[in-house]
Design a binder for this molecule. Structure first.
Ligand code: ADP
Ligand code: MG
Length: 706
């Protein structure tokens, strides 16, 4: 037998000298720092590029790291130990230094991880979705048998292993006891990352991978963080109900974590792209073009498309000297009858935004829209903090469908998430504040499925007023039959379908007379003017490079508009518009200037925004009986004029009531009528009050307040 033939041919080289030389020349400063700071600092971070650029040996070492990381990490630790590269103040101390590698050249997508990566050093990028608490994990378990012998068993990720019996010579004891005092522990944490939304196309579900993190890098990142994880891919055998399976699960034994806060950097914009973007921005029809590039298959709803355009570009987030932050993200809510393409619109927006997430209010994950702390099997008994959609969409757009169906927990957490753009979790051992700096595009159905013309809008929106007021724009979309519009939609839909059929048939068997040109022509109405890939680049470019400021004219226009709305409220009228709306107006104007890539917010921007806001207010807060806008109507569902009516009716009852509080109904109606209200309206309101229990009618034509 040839020696070494049946053993895997591992090249035995003396790496000790190589690593020693490398560390001495390249990492002297870092090692000295560790000597001074140990044990507070106990990790040596080695940049992969430094190894690679270390001559011929460097290339070898670098390759070896990728192929055989376990050995290399051991080699470097050995080199540090044997040559005493870290000398602490305590003479005989052997410092335990972690060796961590960063800046790997090639990142691998989570969905591309395969079995041949097992045991290799890999670098994966993703968003942190779940983190457990940091808890000690036993790495070296020391046991004692009744006879007093000690047995040591090393432990790794996975189940706890106990020795079969006492290992001391001649001892047959089986019952061993763990002695934590002599055992060794390390801080440990389990994380789960998932693919970032911008890497997903066409509604793919993001894939995830778990990470095992130990020692000083535990607790350094929070859910929602974008990180690059470098580590060794490990496998662990599945075990179902005590039976071992042939299927293995994989996880990454994490070596280092790098933060990847890149905002819109991941969208690559070439010089040609930039030229095209700049040309587009100077196009006098840019607003029309942008709006026509948003869901061209959906007919009409132009005002919604204009609003979504503004939302995609966004206003400017401002940091104030007192540390507070004003959000720049624009929140939009679409409430409407079923079947008017709300969901369709949301799905399209996901394609147009450089970073977006689509989710339903009735979320399938336990984290829902915001974040939760749970104790589940993932954490092996530890509490786990899990990020929801708004955290994962940080710095992007969260498209939330069926928002009215979200659960109670999300409903309350959403207030903070939308305005402060953070989500605080305080439960059990976990307290955390996660970032949710995203724009929210919500869709909801009316409370009773469809809008009822005879019930105030406010009553039909199944969301608390405090939440509604956080939306910059709120669209109420009713699906009322309207001959001309219906016909246009019908033609538009049929056209799209028939062109689709034509293409399908043509692809199967060429139809005479049909060619590329003809198809392009036919497809024109449903083809976006700016192609989605370009659109994403345009948005990314604008967000990255354009920070417009209000011109004097625009400022005056906006203030005048705001004051006009406020002035609609004289002393006893409601406050029609709150300061929140003024902030919304400014944000929208900023976004409008961004679409042109202009550094100045012009009067035209202000006018455009005023038109959109007027449309929205008219739908929800316009009180036809007094001719004024009334945000309170949205807030309470009761318009100012109706509130006045209720108050007057109550006052009238009190004024003429006998000692038992009873009043003659026709008299009450007459008094209120004389105060300028319509008789029918007074009667209707009084009936409503009787029905709702605010008043009662103990006898015919006698009313009494409750
Ligand atoms: P919703 O979420 O509002 O209940 P969907 O987004 O599921 O509605 O839309 C239902 C269907 O009707 C979709 O296939 C959509 O394309 C079509 N549709 C509705 N309104 C329009 C429209 N205005 N233009 C084109 N298609 C429409
Ligand atoms: Mg829907």
């Amino acid at each position: 037998m040839v020696p070494g033939k049946d053993v895997e041919s591992v090249e035995i080289t003396d790496r000790d000298a190589d690593w020693h030389r490398f560390l001495k020349t390249r990492y002297k400063k870092e090692l000295d720092e560790l000597s001074r700071e140990y044990p507070y600092k106990r990790s040596l971070y080695i940049n992969y590029r430094d190894i690679e650029s270390f001559g011929k040996t460097g290339t070898e070492l670098a390759d070896e790291l990728l192929e055989n990381p376990g050995k290399v990490i051991g080699d470097v630790k050995d080199a540090i130990r044997t040559h005493r590269l870290v000398k602490t103040r305590k003479k005989d101390e052997q410092p335990d230094i972690n060796v961590r590698f960063i800046n790997l050249p090639r990142k691998i997508a989570i969905r591309e991880i395969r079995s041949d990566h097992i045991g290799k050093f890999i670098s994966v990028e993703g968003i942190l979705r779940k983190t457990t608490e940091v808890r000690p994990r036993i790495t070296l378990a020391v046991f004692r048998c009744p006879a007093g012998h000690r047995t040591v068993k090393a432990q790794s990720y996975g189940p706890f292993v106990e020795p079969d019996g006492c290992q001391a010579d001649g001892c047959t004891q089986k019952k061993l006891e763990l002695i934590p005092r002599f055992s060794r522990f390390v801080d440990s944490q389990k994380l789960r990352i998932q693919e970032s939304p911008e890497g997903l196309r066409g509604g793919e579900q993001p894939q995830t991978i778990d990470l095992d993190v130990i020692d000083d890098i535990c607790g350094t990142s929070a859910p929602g963080d974008r990180i690059v994880v470098n580590g060794i891919l490990r496998s662990i055998q599945r075990n179902s109900y005590g039976t071992k399976s042939t299927i293995f699960d994989i996880y990454v034994e994490c070596n280092s974590i790098e933060v990847a806060e890149k905002e819109f950097e991941e969208v690559n914009i070439s010089e040609e792209d930039e030229k095209e973007i700049l040309a587009l921005s100077k196009d006098p029809n840019i607003y029309r073009k942008i709006a026509h590039s948003i869901a061209p298959t959906i007919y009409g709803v132009d005002d919604v498309k204009d609003a979504i355009a503004l939302q995609l570009f966004g206003g400017i987030a401002k940091e104030m000297p007192d540390g507070s932050r004003l959000r720049g993200d624009i929140h939009v809510l679409l409430i409407g009858d079923p079947g008017i393409a709300k969901s369709q619109m949301l799905r399209y927006v996901v394609r147009l935004s450089p970073r977006a997430i689509y989710t339903s209010g009735q979320s399938t994950t336990s984290a829902g829209l915001t974040a939760t702390a749970v104790k589940d099997e993932f954490g092996d008994g530890r509490w786990t903090l899990e990020a929801g959609a708004l955290v994962l969409a940080d710095m992007g757009v969260a498209c939330v469908d069926e928002m009215d169906k979200m659960d109670k927990h999300d409903r309350s957490a959403l207030h903070e998430a939308m305005e402060q753009q953070s989500i605080s979790v305080a439960k059990a051992g976990i307290t955390a504040t996660l970032k949710s700096r995203c724009a929210l595009l919500g869709a909801a159905n009316p409370k009773y499925g469809r809008f009822d013309d005879f019930v105030p809008i406010g009553d039909q929106i199944n969301m608390p007023p405090s939440l509604l007021s956080r939306f910059d724009l709120l669209f109420v979309l009713t699906d009322k039959p309207e001959h001309e519009r219906d016909l246009a939609i019908a033609e538009h839909i049929i056209k799209a379908h028939s062109v689709g059929e034509l293409i399908a048939q043509h692809n199967r068997e060429p139809i005479p007379g049909v060619d590329e040109e003809y198809i392009t022509e036919q497809l024109k109405p449903v083809t976006p003017e700016i192609d989605p890939a370009m659109f994403r680049k345009y948005v990314a470019y604008a967000k990255r490079s354009c920070f417009p400021r209000l011109s004097d004219e625009a400022r005056e226009t906006l203030i005048a508009y705001y004051m006009k709305l406020r002035d609609l409220a004289d002393a006893n009228k409601p406050v029609p518009v709150t300061a929140r709306q003024l902030e919304a107006i400014v944000r929208l104007a900023e976004a409008s200037a961004r679409i042109r890539l202009s550094s100045v917010i012009e009067k035209s921007d202000a006018d455009r925004v005023i038109t959109i806001i007027d449309t929205c207010l008219r739908q929800v807060a316009y009180d036809p009986s007094s001719g004024s806008f009334d945000i309170d109507m949205l807030a309470t569902g009761v318009s100012k004029s109706k509130r006045d009516l209720i108050r007057n009716i109550k006052q009238a009852i009190r004024d003429i009531a006998d000692e038992n509080g009873r009043a003659h109904k026709p008299d009450v109606i007459e008094i209120v009528r004389q105060q300028g209200f319509d008789r029918d309206e007074v009667e209707r309101q009084l009936t409503a009050m009787l029905r709702s229990g605010e008043a009662m009618e103990p006898k015919h034509d006698v009313v009494k307040l409750i």
